[in-house]
Ligand binder design. Structure first.
Ligand SMILES: Cc1cc2nc3c(=O)[nH]c(=O)nc-3n(C[C@H](O)[C@H](O)[C@H](O)COP(=O)(O)OP(=O)(O)OC[C@H]3O[C@@H](n4cnc5c(N)ncnc54)[C@H](O)[C@@H]3O)c2cc1C
Length: 412
């Protein structure tokens, strides 16, 4: 009998691990409470960027200078639900400690080891499936109000350069030459080449899931309540067993670890999207807006503006007023943009206090594996995380040091 693996969570992390394992002849069951590609998945509504150069975590040493604006400024890309603060502190305090330069630099190093080949990983994952048609290759450009604002980001941009993510500086006339629809509010850019994006993250996941199912993989629509050794118990008290279990439940993974009596430290960075349909203009490549921290991505059937961070936990209702930051932001980028219809959405980025994922074998069992905590780049690194889990389960050689991603780093 072939090895059996049960994977909880069919977002980008789970579907990647499932498909790579299936291709190795493993008998894989993917369990999720929603269908792959569903709006309740964070993998549904993100900006779709395969952002290999996004190695600078939000826990940057420079965050202290910007904190007053972030916390109290109008249109701040970061907000805290103050009622949630007591629950947030066990995550927030170590997060702030991790802005130390030395730690910050080691995190960049670790993240780069996961992002550097992300396009190749996505191409390999989607090869031979209908998902591949949703991958686009091209540039993405960071937009700044002016050269001074660009220079204030020099530390971060030089780090990107050091890791091989070089960029071209674009003055206003050069920006307009490439994209005549741009307004004049953002008049400086840093253009990164060799990037990619998805024109529909939802259909990408759906097609990967269809391919997985059509080629022998099993998908169960169930909510998992508890994990006990090699056994998974669903909300209906059904018992599922497997040789190995992988937790890929995104921002909800902490609940599953709790059911195994394991501690972790995971928060949700709630983010929003505004999807503009029937637009009168579509850019050729994506942008990211530096001050408002959101991305603009040309997608199938519309233009997606996605970003901002809200620290408010898993259970609070969405604060859709935050979408106004995106609505006002896109008008600054494209003053003449018009659209006929729109969709708004909130999703949960899974983020640890050091902004690195939890990836690898559980500290208490050789049969349980973790792949969650992809924060702002979870879509980018999902296939790589799936590949690493596959190698670990099949005892294949690993070329990345995994100790830095262990779960018990938070409470040893
Ligand atoms: C606004 C925004 C923009 C973003 N933009 C980008 C971007 O451009 N590029 C990028 O790389 N990343 C981006 N991200 C981050 C990225 O979307 C996430 O890191 C990534 O989608 C996480 O994937 P996942 O598979 O770990 O989690 P999810 O996609 O959330 O999947 C987790 C799955 O687990 C299931 N689950 C949870 N608990 C249970 C349970 N008990 N039983 C059964 N099933 C369960 C859920 O139903 C869900 O389907 C963005 C995020 C946001 C919010």
């Amino acid at each position: 009998m072939s090895l059996s693996v049960l994977i909880i969570g069919a977002g980008i992390s789970g579907i990647s691990a499932a498909e790579f394992l299936r291709r190795e002849g493993v008998s894989v069951t993917l369990v999720d409470r929603v269908n792959p590609g569903d709006p309740k998945q964070t993998s549904y509504g993100n900006a779709g960027l395969l952002a290999s150069s996004a190695i600078v975590p939000i826990s940057s040493p420079g965050i202290w200078k910007k904190l007053p604006f972030y916390l109290f400024g109008k249109n701040s890309p970061l907000s805290i639900n103050w009622l949630y603060l007591p629950k947030l502190l066990p995550w927030l305090i170590p997060f702030l400690k991790n802005t130390r330069k030395e730690k910050f630099l080691s995190v960049i190093d670790a993240l780069q080891s996961l992002t550097y080949d992300s396009i190749e990983q996505h191409l390999a994952l989607s090869k031979g499936t209908k998902a591949s048609k949703y991958i686009k290759l091209g540039t993405w450009t960071l937009l700044y109000k002016d050269k001074n604002e660009f220079l204030s980001d020099s530390y971060e941009n030089n780090l990107r350069k050091k890791y091989g993510f070089d960029f071209t500086e674009l003055k206003q006339n050069e920006l307009i030459e490439k994209d005549p629809f741009l307004g004049s509010y953002y008049n400086f850019g840093a253009e990164f080449k060799n990037h990619g994006w998805l024109t529909s993250p939802s259909l990408y996941i759906k097609e990967l899931a269809n391919h997985f199912k059509n080629n022998g993989g099993k998908i169960l629509n169930k909510k998992v309540k508890e994990i006990n050794k090699n056994t998974v118990i669903t909300e209906e008290n059904e018992i599922l067993e497997a040789d190995k279990i992988v937790i890929c439940a995104g921002a909800w993974s902490g609940k599953l670890l709790k059911s195994m009596k394991l501690k972790t430290n995971l928060e949700t960075e709630r983010g929003y999207h505004l999807f503009l349909k029937d637009v009168n203009y579509m850019p050729q490549n994506p942008y990211a807006v530096s001050d408002l921290k959101f991305a603009i991505t040309p997608m199938k059937n519309g233009l997606r503006c996605a970003g901002t961070t809200e620290l408010g936990g898993l259970n609070a209702k969405p604060s859709f007023s935050r979408v106004n930051i995106l609505r006002e932001g896109i008008k600054k980028v494209y003053p003449k943009l018009e659209w006929k219809d729109e969709e708004v959405w909130m999703g949960h980025r899974p983020t640890t206090p050091d902004c690195m994922p939890i990836l690898g074998k559980s500290e208490t069992s050789n049969d349980i594996f973790f792949a969650f905590g992809g924060q702002h780049i979870g879509l980018t690194i999902g296939p790589k995380m799936g590949r690493i889990i596959t190698n670990l389960i099949l005892d294949k050689k690993q070329n990345i040091p995994l100790a830095q991603f262990r779960n018990d780093r938070f409470y040893k």
